[in-house]
Design a protein around this ligand. Structure first.
Ligand code: HEC
Length: 96
């Protein structure tokens, strides 16, 4: 049962990540999203904090982390729109 659920989530997840990667992220708008949603843990301009420093990275991996979170990081699916996630991914991967 748990495995089935995880599988369903993984399938739904792939589509969501693809939707976000298909959008054009605006790094300038993404900076504002970062300041309000990420800087509390990852520091101003990704300089680091409880969430560690951020710089660059693979857009797909960053989008997955923001959408679904990880052990220590909250998921932003529902809190941020797909466009806001695309914007913050562009900021993290292109500017930081
Ligand atoms: C409540 C604190 C918190 C918030 C808010 C937060 N994060 Fe995180 N984040 C973490 C922690 C903790 C980790 C896991 C430890 C690490 O990689 O530094 C993490 C990991 C990551 C990773 C993976 C880093 C790696 O090297 O694997 C990325 C990318 C990331 N966060 C991006 C973001 C973005 C973008 C936002 C804003 C939308 C955000 N985080 C908001 C705490 C947070």
């Amino acid at each position: 049962m748990t495995i089935l659920f995880a599988l369903l989530l993984a399938c739904a997840g792939e589509g969501r990540v693809d939707d976000i990667l298909a959008l054009t992220g605006d790094p300038v708008a993404g900076e504002a999203v970062f300041d309000s949603s990420c800087a509390s843990c990852h520091g101003a301009a990704g300089s680091g904090g409880s969430g560690g420093a951020l710089s660059g990275g693979d857009p797909q991996g960053v989008a997955e982390t923001v959408l679904f979170g990880n052990d220590e990081m909250p998921a932003f699916d529902g809190d941020l729109s797909d466009q806001e996630i695309a914007d913050v991914v562009a900021y993290v991967t292109e500017v930081l």
